[in-house]
Design a protein around this ligand. Structure first.
Ligand code: NG1
Ligand code: MG
Length: 511
């Protein structure tokens, strides 16, 4: 499986998935050395191992994973590293010490695992350490299921170093949860498959209070250096590593931060979770109006648009039609059946034939949301049209021959359409993101869009190599210097990144 790469401070790097003789990327090596040194200062001993999981950028397929449609992300080079020393044979309840290299911003926390052997995450506190606790909590449940109720975890001393910008759209949260779960598994000597790690991390991250889909965790765990990750979620998860074909002209993916922070765990009730509720309500309303009864699926509220598609296609005898035509059938159904631009709780409960109380209990109580009107038609249309764009994007990437100008323009146009849809019908963009995208297109990008949940965060741009300098300059001049006149050189470097598709989660173990 893993190849050994050079020793660093008497720890061997086992960089999972690396080719024989591959070097650990220089920047990672430096952070690793610093982390090990800080660990020794903090705890007087060296760590036993380091777990690592990266952030991700989503190339296309936004806000469709929780409706179980396909997405195309890849891991980025920024990541979360967790150095761990295992405290064996705990007397009494296992102690877990959580600390961050940036202790002024992220204060330390010690916890003792109670008698039950399980821990709960306080969703309301929004503390940074919740993301570790989420990974820990999910892992402990998993290990008890696997190894029996008598399982107790080893204690741990932890030091965490993350360089994925928080709230920046590159999924620092999933990187943190995945690195945490992997750390807990390794601390208990448990070999876990990537699929099990993925399932447990998706559920774990929901413990922080966001109804998330599985894209970020999949990208963080499964990505391979040099490949995009084509993820399918229905009927079950599978991942295909898609090489980025050579292109003429040569292109690159540029990532640009808006520096508008959007903390999903805090705004979930009016943004992210509300969208999850809206698409779920659209699903059950469509099913009812088509006289279809849905079997529950793996999506956060149990019923997804992709699941509805499957049943509709069966009902209409179109099972042999190709994926794009099937999506078109659902688009037609949405346009003809969901006529109103706003649905109230009364409207929806009448269609479903249940009381408003039942409606709230079933769809709005697991995670509370704040809204009186639900835009079922618009949200469902975004999901299906985005699903169709993902299929086209993937087909173009997988088509034979190199990507010529015409294909690159087509890929860029799909990304631009995603941005327009996120702005106008899913309403998850913001004016700063819209500005960044138009500045970049005017300076020569083929395509530009928000990446991740939106409402701030990050953007991704498909740029011909020959235009990278022009796009970068334009963004500096027309966005960063205008909005942040005192911006430092360091901050600018963080703002604009060309990130190569990187390696997913790995363990770096000691001798
Ligand atoms: P961010 O906020 O960028 O981590 C979120 C979700 C994804 C997906 C995207 C939108 C989490 C962990 N991730 O990403 O599952 O739904 O938004 O496409 O909540
Ligand atoms: Mg996140």
């Amino acid at each position: 499986m893993a190849a050994l790469v050079p020793q660093v401070d008497s720890l061997e790097h086992v960089y999972a998935g690396a080719a024989e003789g591959d070097q650990v990327p220089k920047a990672l090596e430096q952070r690793f050395v610093n982390l090990v040194n800080s660990f020794k200062q903090q705890y007087d001993q060296k760590p036993d191992f380091v777990s690592r999981s990266p952030g991700r950028v989503n190339i296309i397929g936004e806000h469709v994973d929780y409706s179980l449609y396909n997405v195309l992300p890849t891991a980025v080079t920024v990541d979360v590293l967790i150095a761990v020393r295992v405290l064996k044979n705990p007397s009494g309840h296992p102690l877990i010490k959580i600390a961050n290299v940036n202790s002024s911003k992220y204060p330390s926390k010690d916890i003792t695992v109670p008698e039950t052997g399980l821990i709960e995450v306080d969703k309301k506190s929004h503390a940074w350490s919740n993301y570790f606790l989420a990974g820990l909590s999910g892992s402990l449940k998993y290990l008890r299921q696997k190894l029996g109720e008598s399982f107790t975890t080893n204690g741990m001393e932890l030091l965490i170093d993350g360089n994925v910008p928080a709230g920046g759209g590159l999924s620092s949260s999933a990187a943190f949860v995945c690195a945490s779960a992997l750390a807990v598994m390794a601390a208990n000597n448990h070999q876990i498959s990537k699929q099990d790690l993925l399932d447990l991390c998706i559920v774990s991250e929901r413990a922080v209070g966001v109804f998330s889909g599985g894209m970020d965790q999949a990208a963080s765990i499964f990505s391979e250096r040099g490949y995009l990750l084509y993820c399918t979620f229905f009927p079950k998860f599978s991942a295909e590593h898609v090489p980025v074909p050579t292109s003429d002209p040569e292109v690159t993916f540029l990532i640009a931060q808006s520096f508008v922070t959007s903390d999903k765990a805090v705004t979930a009730q009016i943004h992210y979770n509300l969208r999850v509720v809206e698409v779920t309500l659209a699903t059950v309303v469509l099913a009812k109006l088509h006289d279809i009864s849905l079997n529950p699926d793996d999506s956060s509220l149990g019923f997804s648009l992709r699941n509805f598609q499957e049943e509709l296609i069966k009902k209409e005898g179109l099972r042999d039609s190709d994926a794009s035509s099937q999506v078109e059938v659902v688009i037609k159904a949405i346009k003809s059946k969901l006529e109103k631009s706003d649905y109230t709780r009364d409207d929806i409960s009448q269609i479903l034939g249940i009381s408003v109380e039942q409606l709230e209990k079933q769809y709005m109580s697991k995670f509370p949301i704040k809204a009186d009107a639900f835009k079922l038609r618009q949200r469902a249309l975004h999901v299906l049209e985005e699903a169709s764009r993902v299929l086209k994007f993937k087909d173009t990437l997988s088509s034979t021959g190199s990507l010529d100008q015409e294909k690159l323009l087509a890929l860029g146009e799909l990304m631009n359409q995603t941005q327009a849809s996120c702005r106008d019908i899913y309403e998850c963009s913001c004016s700063e993101i819209d500005d960044i995208c138009s500045i970049s297109r005017n300076a020569g990008a083929y395509g530009a869009r928000l990446t991740g949940a939106g409402w701030g965060g990050c953007t991704v741009h498909l740029v011909p190599q020959s235009k990278v300098a022009a796009v970068t300059e334009a963004l500096k001049k027309e966005y960063y210097f205008k909005k942040f006149p005192d911006i430092s050189e360091e901050k600018l470097q963080e703002a604009l990144v060309i990130s190569k598709p990187s390696q997913g989660s790995s363990l770096i173990v000691g001798k």
